[in-house]
Design a protein around this ligand. Structure first.
Ligand SMILES: Cc1cc2nc3c(=O)[nH]c(=O)nc-3n(C[C@H](O)[C@H](O)[C@H](O)COP(=O)(O)O)c2cc1C
Length: 307
């Protein structure tokens, strides 16, 4: 898959997941086969006003190339300014969030609300493309609701305004994260544009990703929730079936957290991630409970070491 100057081999992609796709998790998924990883969504205002928390979210290292940084916002000028700021960073692709259904984002006219306002969306894409040399992609849904499935025209509009790729979550805003994924609309998007199309929604295994790519003609497949506690989803072998295999995966994730973060400042996030490694394993719920009860990072490490 070619996104402007960036070539992506075997396009299995880690979706942006707020609260999860931080630097350690992206590095982990890359090691297991994700060839492009997305940051969590990052506010254009936070970037323009140089907010410490926002700046921390932009952190990357040279080992994780290519990486896509996702921006959200509804003001073309501010989005352009933010694009210029992140263009000076060690990132490869700028993605624009046009699919987030969360109320506080929608209320400001950003995320999926932009699918109801293609004029504003076009202005944002145009301004971001004008302020950066990097490839710009958008991430959208199929539409606002079932009466407004606009993704094929919307994707064409994005291409006309300079976008180099489009990722489509095959659900409407009104569906949230449940209900059937509309892969046929994703296939229609692919037919309506010449830029690469990335399909997304409910992929649960490596094989499902390969099948969806072949069946619906997508250039890439993006995986979100099924990668949590399961970075093996990006490799053909899939997750290990033994407790030790899962433990080793978790240990590696914890090592990366220790190397790049301040673990005790993000304990809730770590517990949430760590517990997921034992899904479907005998005794998994007992391990998860122990992890949730841990007082600090050292205790989580001890627990994992003892497994
Ligand atoms: C906890 C959570 C956080 C998410 N954060 C983002 C985000 O920051 N940006 C975005 O474009 N989509 C976000 N999404 C949507 C996912 O990227 C993806 O489109 C969706 O989960 C469907 O894919 P999946 O079925 O493989 O999870 C989020 C989804 C979840 C569940």
């Amino acid at each position: 898959m070619q996104l402007k100057s960036i070539h992506i081999e075997n396009p299995l992609i880690l979706a942006p997941l707020a609260g999860y796709t931080d630097l350690p998790f992206r590095l982990l998924c890359r090691e297991y086969g994700a060839n492009l990883c997305y940051t969590e969504m990052i506010s254009c205002h936070g970037l323009v006003y140089d907010k410490t928390m926002t700046m921390q979210m932009t952190r990357t290292v040279k080992e994780e190339k290519p990486v896509a940084l996702q921006l959200f916002g509804a003001d073309p000028a501010k989005m352009g300014e933010a694009a210029e700021i992140v263009s000076g960073m060690n990132i490869d692709i700028i993605d624009i969030n046009m699919g987030c259904p969360v109320k506080k984002v929608i209320k400001k006219g950003a995320g999926a609300a932009l699918m109801k306002n293609p004029k504003l969306a076009a202005a944002i894409i145009g301004e971001v493309c004008r302020r950066t040399e990097k490839p710009v992609t958008i991430k959208i849904r199929t539409g606002w609701n079932h009466d407004a499935i606009v993704a094929p025209e919307f994707a064409r509009m994005a291409e006309d305004n300079g976008a180099s790729g489009v990722a489509v979550h095959g659900r409407t805003w009104s569906q949230g994260f449940a209900g059937p994924v509309d892969w046929l609309t994703i296939a229609r998007v692919k037919k309506n544009v010449t830029i690469p199309v990335i399909g997304n929604g409910d992929i649960g295994t490596y094989q499902e990703a390969m099948d969806a790519r072949a069946r619906y003609g997508c250039d890439g497949i993006m995986i979100g929730r099924a990668a949590l506690g399961n970075p093996w989803i990006f490799s053909p072998e899939g997750p290990p079936v033994t407790l030790k295999g899962r433990r080793d995966g978790l240990m590696h994730h914890l090592e990366l957290i220790q190397k790049y973060c301040h673990p005790d400042k993000m304990l809730a996030r770590i517990k949430n991630q760590a517990g997921r490694y034992f899904k479907g394993i005998a005794g998994g719920s007992f391990i998860r409970r122990q992890i949730y009860n841990a007082m600090d990072f050292a205790e989580i490490l001890d627990l994992a070491n003892a497994l």
